[in-house]
Design a protein around this ligand. Structure first.
Ligand code: SF4
Ligand code: SF4
Length: 171
């Protein structure tokens, strides 16, 4: 198992000094804000406060995309009213560029790109059909939510979102 530096420091402080994690390094980045930067902030700080410290939004009239976490494994947020948590490292804020989702063309690009050997398109179809047994049989729980199936999809389908939903369905 691998730990990042912040986790190791957190473990050290907890064991040595009995201190909980109350602060963390946090990155706000993306073309949707004026001055992307790193912060050292208290857990519980509203992300909107950090956006203000970054000079606010670029192009306020353009819709924004919020991603909590990294660009590949992060989860999308509906609004900017999130708070800094112990486990989150960053929020990416992007200006929304509409992409038209097309029907699946069964190109298998998502299958070839999956690092754990899953069949994302099949899991997505099983989820849409509500077929819990098929989702389990296709080993959806092994998905690490890396985002590569969405990234590689030729039809711009948010395949990873379907993986998350399928995993929730079989929980
Ligand atoms: S998100 Fe899951 S299904 Fe998609 S490529 Fe990554 S591991 Fe495979
Ligand atoms: S990459 Fe997209 S279009 Fe191709 S099979 Fe997978 S879901 Fe369908």
């Amino acid at each position: 198992m691998n730990f990042n530096v912040a986790t190791v420091v957190g473990i050290y402080k907890a064991i040595k000094y009995n201190l909980p994690v109350v602060k963390r390094n946090f990155t706000l980045t993306g073309d949707g804000i004026k001055l992307p930067q790193n912060f050292r902030v208290r857990v519980g700080t509203p992300v909107t406060e950090l956006i203000d410290l970054c000079g606010g939004y670029t192009d306020p009239d353009v819709d924004k995309v919020f991603i909590m976490g990294g660009p590949m494994m992060g989860a999308s947020l509906v609004r900017d009213d999130a708070i800094v948590t112990k486990t989150c490292t960053s929020v990416i804020i992007l200006n929304h560029m509409p992409q038209r989702e097309e029907p699946c063309v069964r190109c298998a690009s998502c299958v070839y790109s999956c690092p754990v050997g899953l069949q994302p398109v099949a899991i997505m179809n099983a989820y849409k059909a509500g077929d819990v047994d098929a989702i389990k049989g296709l080993n959806a729980k092994r998905c690490i939510e890396c985002g590569l199936c969405s990234y590689s999809c030729t039809s711009k389908i948010p395949v990873t979102e379907f993986m998350r939903k399928a995993k929730r369905m079989i929980k």
